[in-house]
Design a protein around this ligand. Structure first.
Ligand code: FAD
Length: 458
């Protein structure tokens, strides 16, 4: 980027203070949680933008994109930078478009839809929703920091997914407004099925500027932790609660020992050598859950009301990809995979993996509903990393025994497991970013086309 490029971009925003070139800040805002993966760490450590722009309106986004288009400057969108796969790391310099300041929560409609700017934090939506009798259908364990734009751009699901599926399921994302990367950037509304053009496209085919997110009626929740002597018993009990529709739940997480030994602040609710299950369960069902757990041979180590995101301890802080974080804190040799076990063959799959890889893989399950309405043992197992070859061997073996893997050690949309087989994210890129300037290098099937014949590709 030349000084003249920077001067031109600076004219696109009303306040020049929202154009940042201080190297330390630019570097910080060029990073996400890519270092969870030893492979991505090596690959991305030196990648950095040349400037960060912080727009506050759709107008400013349009002006910045028009300017970057004319000067062929790459633009990488950023929410809160909590993504795990280097999604928000610019591979080719240019501009990081930091959308954190477009953080207006416009409304929660009477029929339970949150209308929000891309920079609104998910925790803000959850709190506002609960104040009016609604709550998020699903959210990542990074809810307090993560933005709605980043969740749609790079996330998949989380707490709540056991009941409501992932972000892309069951019409949760009602509509998305995006700005295109063209000579004259357009503002385009995607509704219904068309949202899948943009969902989980890592900001490669449009900048999300407004979101309509369906909520669900709020439930009074409780938290519960139960220790079981064996992983088999913990799995059997958690599977039962997760799959039986009579239980109203928001979180069902199962950890085999020694994973709970990494949870330093809550060791008092763990038991040496035992597997642990965490639940968010309807408060009205807490007693029944405790009773069922004891009958199944479990020890209830915590049963307490959930009073919102400030509840202490907040069990969700140890689930989903927070589990990996606690493990890495204790031993940097840990990394992870993202797997889907079979709802009918999981026991045999666990056994085969244990036999082949021993304690190199440790089971951490997150039950989740699929788009077809089946609850499956999703999993973010911990892996003791030795070499890339060994990790790939594990991935190949998983796939060979019917365990699906969304590879978190890959830095492109197609590799991460949420890429659509119908290629609609790619087709949208051809429509909205023909020069390939949005987060370049992250959608590897994209090849820029002759701009004079765009219709051939659409
Ligand atoms: C400890 C930990 C736990 C996690 N747990 C979960 C989990 O439970 N479930 C889950 O799904 N994820 C999880 N994640 C990943 C991540 O936190 C979530 O996906 C989160 O929603 C990302 O939001 P963000 O604002 O940080 O996005 P960012 O990291 O800033 O961006 C994510 C992607 O979206 C793109 N993007 C951002 N804003 C826009 C925009 N306005 N328009 C277009 N593209 C945009 C970026 O370019 C990037 O490709 C976890 C990560 C960590 C570190």
């Amino acid at each position: 980027m030349t000084p003249s490029d920077l001067a031109a971009i600076t004219l696109c925003v009303e306040d020049p203070d929202r154009v940042i070139t201080t190297p330390q800040i630019v570097e910080r805002l060029s990073r996400d949680f890519y270092w969870y993966s030893p492979i991505l760490k090596k690959l991305l450590d030196d990648k950095v933008a040349e400037a960060v722009i912080q727009p506050i309106s759709v107008d400013e986004v349009q002006r910045v994109l028009a300017c970057c288009y004319a000067r062929e400057i790459p633009v990488t969108a950023r929410g809160a930078g909590t993504g795990n796969y280097g999604q928000a790391i610019p591979l080719h310099g240019g501009v990081v478009l930091d959308l954190a300041r477009m953080d207006t929560l416009e409304s929660i409609t009477e029929d339970g839809v949150a209308i929000a700017g891309p920079g609104v934090r998910l925790g803000v939506i959850e709190n506002a929703a609960r104040a009016t009798g609604w709550e998020l259908r699903c959210y990542p364990s990074t809810i307090v920091k993560a933005s709605i734009g980043g969740f749609l751009g790079g996330g998949s699901g989380g707490i709540g997914s056991v009941a409501h599926g992932g972000l892309r399921d069951l019409g949760t994302v009602r509509a998305i407004e995006v700005v295109t990367m063209e000579a004259v950037p357009r503002v385009i509304l995607h509704e219904g099925e068309a949202v899948h053009e943009i969902l989980h496209a890592w900001g490669t085919n449009g900048i999300i500027t407004r979101v309509w997110l369906a909520l669900t009626p709020a439930v009074e929740w409780a938290q519960c932790a139960i220790a079981f002597p064996t992983f088999e018993e913990a799995f059997t009990f958690s599977e039962k609660i997760a799959t039986e529709p009579a239980w109203t739940k928001r979180l069902v997480t199962t950890f085999e020992w020694p994973i709970p030994s990494c949870f330093a602040p809550i060791l008092r609710i763990t038991r040496e050598g035992k597997s642990l299950v965490f639940f968010m369960i309807a408060a009205a069902q807490l007693e029944a859950l405790e009773h069922a757990a004891r009958t199944a041979g479990g020890e209830v180590t915590l049963a307490a009301p959930y009073t919102g995101l400030r509840t202490i301890p907040l069990l969700s802080d140890y689930t989903w990809n927070h589990t990996t974080l606690w493990a890495i804190k204790q031993d940097p040799a840990y990394t992870y995979l993202q797997c889907g076990f079979s709802p009918t063959e999981a026991r045999s799959q666990f056994a085969q993996l244990r036999e082949r890889f021993g304690q190199e893989i440790l089971f951490h399950l997150e039950f989740m509903k699929t788009g077809k309405g089946i609850v499956i043992p999703g999993s973010i197992p911990l892996v003791r990393f030795t070499t890339e070859e060994r990790l790939n061997e594990m991935i190949d073996f998983c796939r060979s025994i019917g365990v699906s893997v969304a590879n978190p050690h890959s830095n492109h949309v197609e590799g991460g497991g949420r890429y659509r087989e119908d290629n609609i994210q790619l087709m949208a890129k051809h429509k909205y970013d023909q020069r390939g300037l949005l987060n370049p290098g992250k959608m590897i099937t994209f090849q820029p086309q002759d701009e004079t014949h765009p219709q051939e590709v659409v």
